[in-house]
Design a protein around this ligand. Structure first.
Ligand code: SF4
Ligand code: SF4
Length: 626
């Protein structure tokens, strides 16, 4: 690697493991990134197009070369089309994840999914009520079956509005109707985006971007929301629970199994199998003290939030976790799993298992999970992991884990507040808490690992802004000790007083990437309690280290829902001044919120604080000059 390890990551486990990977001659994401430099300037600006076979085409940003593609598309059209397709891919990923959960719910209802059950019948009935499904006097499986069917209909296109958009404040829904961006069907909006961006269909850059909003809303208030809610119904609604984070959660004297990916359907079964007495006894017979299950990325977040399962790391740590030599088995489902992992694992004794019919990887053994075979498959795989312990070589686990608190679902947050959002509103009105900000999203080797998330969170809590976190951002702040109650010592006086009284951290772990919708639901509850709209609230969103198309969909549904959102890395839109102006200014007139881009987290914190103080002023609350 060309620089000192400290320049790649702020984490001590990351720095030490990079050194180890170097000495083991393991290639990492950072090296591959450096090998790609300089990356293509046309692509970075969104100015290349390969949508049809008359191309590929590119527009010269300096105005000297071609200004039109072969079909005649200009920079605005090409940039808007490319962005639209990123949103469609992100929305499809979240929503297909949601569909997989609905299928499990349907199989549970039919008694065809051994090992799975309805863990939160109260939530099942509540959501069934929202879908106008009769619940009185009916058996749980019957309600579950009807709910699964009704949710599947939301994926199709028989409606004018998705069912769960009813949770958004009425003022917000009116904005969507007026702008023509009310989501109609989850699959419909993604399919329509792919249609619009086909050569010779929608060549209005404004109409393409507006449909991008509708497509993203079909994710935020549709597919992702369904994913989050059905996960709660099947596996339990998260409640605050203690856990540990960083690579130090791996154990030298236990069988280590890692789950990585996004969907809890597989990892929940592995979690249950790891508690099997026969398998634990087998581990002891093999010389281990037990079986240690840990997570990576959002599958890890799902298990952490519901069961306090430890978290080994976030996105950029996935290769380095294998390089400890301490992992007997890594099971992956889908999304954010680098295709390099099989090769990395081949240098150690780690067995790599892919589990989803839609996600295959080189160097991994494929063992497909379906609701009817999951329980049995999980038992078999945990047994294989235990047997792998004997093949372990030298291990290197260089740090001690950090304590953190996870599981702040909306129900848990309002529970901590005494059952209503009122105390939070009062604290905001009194100015003790200035507002709230969501820090979400990925890691990206373009930004020093975890620096964006941690620095931004530190700056915001210092300024009395309550921070909620999800995804890899949540793991970054947990590793930095900010998701623990003791972190109130880093908070400003008002936030310290409120969090201290409630015994909650100033940075609340709200779950995985699909759980960003929990932030929207909390914002809606605050807006409804105040009789206002989300865009009037002193809140903001940020994705300081985003990389994925899913993050583009998330940021877009945040803005479309009225939440000012600051991105760290620049999206590929700089080839069109018109697109930039619409996204950073023009959207304010349509959705009441806009995007900003600021890679420096200290400056991003200033933008967010300024926005929150302006919103306070508009609400007639006291406002600090910045
Ligand atoms: S759609 Fe137009 S700009 Fe894109 S590749 Fe085809 S001809 Fe080129
Ligand atoms: S936050 Fe980003 S990198 Fe992390 S798991 Fe989610 S989509 Fe993947």
């Amino acid at each position: 690697m060309s620089k000192s390890y400290k320049e790649y990551t702020i984490t001590s486990d990351g720095q030490l493991m990079l050194k180890k990977a170097d000495s083991d001659q393991i290639e990492t994401v950072w090296e591959r990134y450096e090998n790609q430099l300089p990356q293509c300037g046309y692509c970075e600006m969104g100015l290349s197009c390969r949508i049809c076979n008359m191309g590929p085409c590119r527009i010269d940003p300096f105005g000297e070369g071609p200004q039109k593609g072969v079909c005649g598309a200009d920079a605005d059209i090409i940039v808007a089309r490319n962005l639209g397709r990123m949103i469609a891919a992100g929305a499809a990923a979240h929503s297909d994840h949601g569909r997989d959960l609905v299928e499990v719910l349907a199989d549970v209802a039919k008694g065809k999914a051994p090992g799975y059950s309805i863990s939160d019948p109260v939530k099942l009935k509540k959501i069934a009520g929202e879908y106008e499904i009769e619940t009185d006097g009916r058996e749980i499986p019957a309600i579950a079956g009807d709910l699964a069917y009704a949710m599947m209909e939301d994926y199709g296109t028989r409606k004018k509005e998705l069912t769960l958009v009813k949770r958004a404040p009425e003022k917000r829904r009116e904005i969507w109707r007026k702008a023509g961006i009310m989501p109609r069907g989850i699959d419909r909006e993604t399919s329509e985006m792919m249609h619009r961006t086909h050569m010779g269909v929608d060549n209005g850059w404004q109409s393409l971007l507006l449909h991008g909003m509708r497509n993203a809303l079909s994710d935020g208030w549709g597919g992702s929301l369904i994913a989050s809610e059905v996960s709660d119904i099947l596996f339990g609604t998260p409640l605050p629970c203690a856990n540990q984070v960083n690579i130090g959660v791996l154990k030298t004297d236990q069988v280590n199994i890692i789950v990585h990916g996004h969907n809890p359907v597989v990892s929940e079964m592995i979690f249950l199998a790891c508690q099997d007495t026969d398998l634990i006894n087998l581990a002891k017979l093999k010389g281990a003290k037990g079986i240690n299950l840990a997570g990576l990325c959002c599958t890890g977040n799902e298990l952490m939030a519901r069961h306090g399962i430890p978290m080994a790391g976030n996105h950029l740590m996935t290769e380095l976790v294998i390089a400890t030599g301490a992992v007997e088995m890594m099971l992956v489902d889908y999304q954010c799993i680098m295709p390099s992992l099989g090769k990395t694992a081949s240098c150690y004794h780690t067995k790599m298992i892919s589990t989803s019919d839609k996600a295959r990887f080189p160097g991994m053994e494929h063992r497909e999970f379906h609701p009817e075979n999951s329980q049995k498959m999980a038992q078999e795989l945990v047994k294989e992991a235990v047997e792998q312990y004997e093949n372990r070589g030298k291990v290197y686990i260089p740090v001690e884990p950090v304590q953190s608190l996870g599981g702040f679902s909306v129900e848990a947050v309002t529970g901590a507040l005494g059952g209503t959002p009122e105390p939070l509103i009062e604290a905001i009105k009194a100015g003790k808490i200035r507002g709230a900000a969501g820090i979400v999203g990925c890691n990206n080797p373009k930004i020093k690992h975890d620096y964006g998330h941690v620095t931004l969170a530190q700056q915001l809590i210092k300024n009395d802004i309550l921070v909620v976190v999800t995804g890899c951002a949540a793991i970054a702040t947990a590793k930095a000790g900010l998701n623990a109650a003791e972190a109130i010592k880093y908070a400003g006086p008002g936030l310290k007083e409120i969090c201290g009284a409630l015994k909650i951290p100033p940075v609340l772990h709200m779950g995985s990437c699909v759980d960003n919708v929990r932030i929207l639901i909390l914002a809606s509850a605050l807006a409804n309690a105040l009789g206002t709209d989300i865009s009037d609230l002193p809140i903001a969103g940020s994705a300081p280290e985003w990389y994925s198309e899913k993050a583009v969909a998330i940021a877009t549904y945040f803005v479309a829902s009225g939440v000012y959102t600051v991105l760290g890395p620049m999206p590929p839109i700089t080839g069109s001044m018109n697109v930039i102006k619409l996204l950073t200014q023009g959207l304010d007139d349509i959705t009441g919120a806009s995007f900003a881009v600021e890679p420096d987290p200290e400056k991003a914190a200033i933008l967010i604080c300024r926005h929150i103080e302006n919103k306070r002023k508009a609400l007639g609350l006291d406002s600090r000059a910045l």
